[in-house]
Design a protein around this ligand. Sequence first.
Ligand SMILES: *Cc1c(COP(=O)(O)O)cnc(C)c1O
Length: 195
Amino acid sequence: MCFDLRNEIENVFEISKKNVICGNGSEELIDVIARNFVGSSDEILISEFGYIQFVLAANRLNARLKKAPEKQYCTDVDALITMINPKTKLIFLANPNNPTGTAIEIDEITRLIKKMPSNIVLVLDLAYGEFVGFDYCKKIHGLVGQYENVVVTRTFSKAFGLAGLRVGWCHAPEAMMSGFYAARGMGSVNAMAQA
Ligand SMILES: *Cc1c(COP(=O)(O)O)cnc(C)c1O
C-alpha cells in the first residue's frame, strides 16, 4: 500500500492519500488505468505524437488507438474533440509531452473536459510537469476533485532522476481506487523505491 510514501505525498502535494496509488513507475499505472476502463472493442484516443507508453498500453489490450493530428507538434483540443466517438473510453494526454516537449494551457484542458462525454476517462500525464512549474501542476491536480472522470499521473523518474528505482503515482477519484489496486501488481513498488 506504500503507506509512508503516500503519507509524504499527502504532506508535500496536499492531496489526500486516499486518492493516491503508487506504481512501478507511472508506466505501470498507465497500464492499470487502461485495463480498468478499456476493453478490446474500445478505443483509446491520444494526440498525434503522444507518449509511446500510451500506444503500448493500447496494444497490450488489443484496443484500437486513434491519434488526433497536432498543430506544430502541439496537442490540438479541437482535433481531439472531433475524433471522440461512442467507442472512445480513454484519452491519454501528457503535458509536457514526450518527445515533443509541448504543453497546453489549463484553459484548453478544461475546455476538452467540458466538451467530452463524462463516461470517457481523461488521463493527464504530468511526468514532466515539474519542468512547467508548481502552479501548473497544482491546477491540473485541482481538476481531479472537480471532475469525476479525470486522473493525473506523476513520476519520480524525471525531475527527481530516480527512473532506475521505478516509482510513480496516480491521483484519482476515490471511487477508482479499488479497481486500480485490483489491476496493479500487489508488491509492485519495492521497499527501496518507496524509501
Ligand atoms: C518517462 C515518462 C513516463 C513514465 O515514467 P516512469 O519511469 O514509468 O514513471 C510517463 N509519461 C511520460 C510523458 C514520460 O516521459
